[in-house]
Design a protein around this ligand. Structure first.
Ligand code: TA6
Length: 293
């Protein structure tokens, strides 16, 4: 655990030299590097690190709301809060010859949170780095014996890519998607893989639990595995939209792609005492050619 700009961060390392850094601000993974020291997540060069505002990049946790609907701030308040280390499970390192280095963070609602979202929840987040450098995030949300409540959720994952026009996503073919650019109108994906030549902001619904993001230039594939999260949100603001965001460099849209494992179309409902688990696993696979995965 170390202090960074006044907020604690936890650094996880693998025996191979892979590395992840988790900030207690927002419970946000802010860096994930492979054993060659390459950064696999995007962080804007203009990212503003000013708690409580979320920092643009890494993997912000969108809870209890994904999107702009409703009364809460966009994507909910969890990513704008300071989380605590879960004392019951102190950070674990590989030198404890465990299979994973991991840290457990916890978020509970403040009085102010309960004013804008009057539900008693406990949110446990476990971030782990496996021996082969895979990154996993497990979220457990429990309804602490209040009234039933519903929430939407996303791991808002900013992947670093070499050139967005050379990137393709495999695994979402033939799925229905809601297009956020046209009032969430529903379409069916026709392509054999998703490629990018303009702004994209889509929720692919009822998606498979394994998809691949292939970066042709870097000869790299990031495999995304998920559980408990039916949807995949795909977002690239492209040039015009990115110029409207102060914390987004003008040309940076070319080096990023958000591929978010989410529960966005249909909220998740928990009865008192019930618990939901949502899991994300990211692994980097060097791709010799970018056709197969
Ligand atoms: O990922 C989809 C999305 O909802 C886009 O519509 C865009 O708003 C993006 O998230 C960024 O949201 P943020 O609050 O991180 O700037």
């Amino acid at each position: 655990v170390r202090d960074w700009n006044g907020v604690e961060q936890v650094v996880l390392r693998s025996p191979r030299g892979d590395y992840a850094r988790v900030s207690l601000h927002g419970g946000q993974v802010v860096s994930w590097r492979n054993d060659r020291g390459e950064e696999l997540l995007f962080t804007s060069s203009k990212a503003v690190f000013k708690p409580p505002k979320a920092m643009r990049g890494g993997i912000p946790i969108c809870f209890p709301q994904f999107g702009n609907c409703g009364t809460l701030e966009r994507h909910g308040f969890a990513r704008n809060r300071i989380w605590a280390l879960d004392e019951e499970h102190p950070p674990l390192n590989h030198n404890d010859n465990s299979s994973k280095a991991s840290v457990d963070l916890i978020l509970k609602p403040s009085e102010d949170d309960l004013k804008c979202w009057p539900h008693c929840f406990e949110f446990l987040l476990r971030v782990s780095l496996s021996k082969n450098g895979g990154l996993s995030l497990v979220s457990r949300v429990r309804n602490v014996n209040g009234k039933p409540f519903s929430f939407s959720f996303a791991y808002h994952t900013y992947l670093s890519v070499s050139d967005i026009s050379e990137v393709r996503i495999e695994g979402l073919e033939t799925l229905d998607y809601l297009d956020n650019l046209i009032q969430r109108k529903r379409f069916t994906e026709q392509g054999d893989a998703i490629t990018f030549e303009s702004e994209v902001d889509r929720v692919y619904v009822s998606s498979p639990n394994v998809i691949a993001v292939l970066d042709h230039e870097k000869k790299r594939t990031v495999v995304i595995r998920k559980e408990g999260l039916p949807d995949i949100v795909v977002w690239n603001p492209w040039e015009k939209k990115s110029k409207t965001m102060v914390d987004f460099g003008d040309e940076e849209y070319k080096q990023m792609l958000c591929v978010d494992a989410a529960a966005a179309e249909r909220p998740i409902t928990l009865k008192p005492g019930e618990e939901w688990t949502g899991k994300l696993e990211l692994s980097e696979v060097p791709s010799t050619n970018c056709s197969g995965h």
